[in-house]
Design a protein around this ligand. Sequence first.
Ligand code: SF4
Ligand code: SF4
Length: 292
Amino acid sequence: MVEEQNRIVCETCPHHCRLVEGARGVCRACINDGGSIVPENYGRLTSLALDPIEKKPLARFMPGTFVVSVGSYGCNLRCPFCQNAEISQAGASDVPWRSVSPEELVSLTCEARSRDPRVVGIAYTYNEPLVGWEYARDCARIAHKEGLVNVLVSNGCVELCVIDELTGLIDAANIDLKGFTDAFYDACAAGRGALECVKRTIERLAADPSCHLEVTTLVVPGMNDSEAEIDAAARWLAGLDGGRGAETLTYHVTRFFPQWSMTDRAATPVQDVHRLADVARRHLNHVYIGNC
Ligand code: SF4
Ligand code: SF4
């Protein structure tokens, strides 16, 4: 957090919002409260569900188990195809929420585990969990004490100081690599340097032996569906983790459906998803297709 005249600069993500007292950031989740940037959405849950871990998606982490999945409101991106726009593009007054403390969340997850031993942990997901990363951190610490695992589903578009705060707490992550061009991230209103920021996050998590990493690209027709782009992304992923990425990383190539403000095109043809997954397999050993 940096002070600039009357404004406080939030350093969580590439937007680096400069907020006067009482102002909210682009994400609608963080606010300048009394000269400090605080996550106003802390513990405010809009969504809570028990999901198979494969739905996150995680294909190669504790298959057959379930995670209590929670989300709040707010996101630092504005992807026109967002499936969760009613919460990701909302602020506190736009959507119903209920307050759930970290202790309460862990307690209800333990109760779910006592009813079904296939429940293994908590997933921070649905909206963008890292615009309120403090809640994930606090829940994850208590969850680990109870023998639960922590799963992060994120756009990855945060500065490394946030990832550092969560090191050792997140057991598995699925990070979006939305596209492999600046133009794609511009279309998601992600802020300057967003692609490089996401790449740094993926690079850091890939090198962390305590975190299982999977990466997802939603293939949107006309935006990121060229063989050259998927080839470049997969080649880069394969080079991570000291050149072991081909074996250690899992990559999901998933199908777009018209959503929210992107209804001007049809769903990705299934054969295109398969073809692009085969392109990724030139470099990576663990490639999955989704939504087909
Ligand atoms: S998390 Fe990003 S979008 Fe939200 S206030 Fe901080 S810099 Fe702005
Ligand atoms: S990053 Fe995810 S939650 Fe945020 S707008 Fe994009 S698709 Fe929606």
